[in-house]
Ligand binder design. Structure first.
Ligand code: G6Q
Length: 538
């Protein structure tokens, strides 16, 4: 049955009509205990969701919607390894990657942890050898530069976490991330690196992705041009992939290969060997603390009742705005410069997972699915796009993310940062009314322009400090929130046929652009026009 035809959906639509114009000012005035009642704790994180346009009844109706969608059973299906990624006929078991080492996780009688632990062990051995200077380059020098080559899920997670946890990283090593097929990325990232001190990590689950394989081939050429001997490859290349055959074809020996499994989705793979660059950068212990953080939130998601379950509450609130208020987007606003890549990372995990228009029964959906995710760190965003959130015509629900302690305490910087963090959430919710402006003697003609309606919803997510552990919990929180929404919208969150399309389309156009095939008459007139321009002006 279609999601929006279900009983709870109908009840929520009716409830929405009663609630849509109620102001947060009124809700807070009526219930002094609201903030306390709408605060959750779990896996080292704090979530205050009281500044949402909801009452107790909204939460209970949303929870009923989740029950109607059988959310609890669906969570169990994921954890137990059921093939919930049906269009690719795969299990979805990234949660296993974060299980504590030494435990077991049986799926169909097989203990997946045995394999996970074996790869972790190999990663640890290699990472320690690299960071201690014992991994030697072809000329006998220790490695100084680590270059991760990957794209999408094989880049965004490691690159984001590297930035986020730079303060915990080995500053004696340089880390670079190359993803784009634009040679500018490769050229700029390899600039000033000495080949005999550089180690390439080719991160590609399939080892067939055109961008990664082209960048890897160019990196190989770059290295060989400088070191002039094929046998240098074994000192300077590590492959992270499921595709043994292609790795061997590339010339990387089995001892330099780290494997993963088809039950790990690309955008959910950062705690697999895809995150090897992070283990080198952060050290083995910190990598395990990151996994521990993920695992705590996984446990919270699996075990805590729906009404106190942070990913469930966040997911349901997202549905409330997306499907009833018709909000098209939501903003993720970390008040921490280290999290500058976090919104970009979430864009992939959320939009690639829930940007779907066909339901799990194969029919077009008759309701909105995944929102547009965007954001920038505060306070920068305040001097850029917050104006639209405060006084524009669109409803933009926001997630504010902040930390009580600074990693770089300097004067009163952190107090100013966090004062802004709190003030923005207060202003968005409660606004500024004409009578306040009058008492401030604002000229009458300016009052409409300086009035803030408020009633903009936000969630506040905090932790004591940005650490490998708290970051792991935070990422896992969003992963599971996305899962919850996929269940409510009755879509498959773990495939990505839109990405596959891009991979196929380019194969047709490339020979025409290279001039090895004539431009096909079957293209539309505009496509032919673009190709003709490029061929003429190349
Ligand atoms: C992620 C997607 C996609 C994928 C890249 C890279 O969930 O599947 O972003 O990660 O296309 O794929 P490879 O790791 O196979 O190169």
């Amino acid at each position: 049955m279609k999601t929006n035809k279900k009983k709870q959906w109908r009840l929520l639509s009716e409830h929405f009509l009663q609630l849509k114009n109620i102001h947060l000012r009124k809700l807070f005035l009526e219930n002094p205990g609201r903030a306390e009642q709408m605060t959750l704790h779990g896996a080292g994180l704090f979530l205050d969701y009281s500044k949402n346009r909801i009452v107790d009844k909204t939460v209970s109706l949303l929870l009923d919607l989740a029950r109607e969608a059988d959310l609890e059973a669906e969570i169990e299906h994921m954890f137990s390894g059921k093939r919930i990624n049906q269009t690719e006929d795969r299990s979805v078991l990234h949660v296993v990657l974060r299980n504590p080492t030494g435990t077991s996780h049986f799926v169909d009688g097989v203990d997946l942890m045995l394999e996970v632990n074996a790869v972790l062990h190999k990663m640890e051995h290699m990472a320690r050898k690299i960071s201690s200077g014992q991994w030697l380059g072809y000329t006998g020098k220790p490695i100084k530069n680590i270059v991760n080559i990957g794209i999408g899920g094989s880049d965004l997670g490691p690159a984001m976490v590297y930035e986020a946890l730079k303060a915990y990283s080995n500053r004696g090593l340089n880390f670079r991330f190359i993803s784009n097929i634009d040679a500018t990325h490769l050229t700029e990232q390899l600039m000033n690196l000495e080949a005999d001190e550089t180690l390439f990590l080719i991160a590609s689950k399939t080892f067939t992705t055109q961008e990664t394989m082209t960048n890897a081939a160019s990196a190989r050429e770059w290295l060989l041009k400088r070191l002039k001997n094929e046998s240098a490859i074994e000192h300077h290349f590590i492959a992270i992939s499921t595709n043994e055959e292609k790795v061997t074809e590339f010339g990387i020996a089995p001892e330099n290969r780290l494997t993963l499994w088809d039950w790990v989705g690309g955008r959910y793979s950062l705690t697999s060997a895809i995150g090897f660059s992070l283990m080198i950068a952060l050290g083995v212990e910190n990598f395990h603390l990151l996994r521990k953080g993920f695992h705590s939130m996984d446990q919270h998601f699996q075990k805590v009742p729906l009404s106190e379950n942070m990913p469930v509450i966040l997911g349901l609130l997202g549905v409330w705005y997306n499907n009833f208020f018709n909000a098209q987007t939501y903003a993720v606003l970390p008040y921490d410069q280290y999290l500058s890549r976090f919104p970009a990372y979430l864009q992939q995990s959320d939009m690639e997972s829930n940007g779907k228009c066909i339901d799990r029964d194969g029919y077009p959906v008759a309701y909105q699915t995944g929102p547009i995710v965007w954001g920038e760190p505060g306070t920068n965003g305040q001097h850029a796009f917050y104006q639209l959130i405060h006084q524009g015509t669109k409803l933009v629900p926001c997630d504010f993310i902040g930390f009580a302690k600074s990693i770089n305490p300097t004067g009163d910087h952190h107090d100013i940062l966090m004062a802004n963090f709190v003030a923005q959430q207060e202003a968005l919710a409660f606004g500024k009314e004409p009578q306040d402006l009058k008492t401030e003697n604002i000229p009458a003609g300016l009052i409409p322009f300086r009035t803030f309606e408020g009633n903009c919803p936000s969630n506040c997510i905090m932790a004591e400090k940005l650490t490998p552990e708290s970051l792991g919990s935070l990422i896992s929180l969003y992963e599971h929130k996305i899962f919850v929404q996929g269940i409510i919208w009755n879509i498959f969150s773990f495939d990505q046929w839109g990405v596959e399309l891009g991979k196929q389309l380019v194969k047709r156009i490339l020979p025409e652009l290279k001039g090895t095939l004539p431009i096909s008459a079957t293209h539309d007139a505009s496509t032919r026009n673009l190709l003709n321009y490029l061929l003429k002006h190349r």
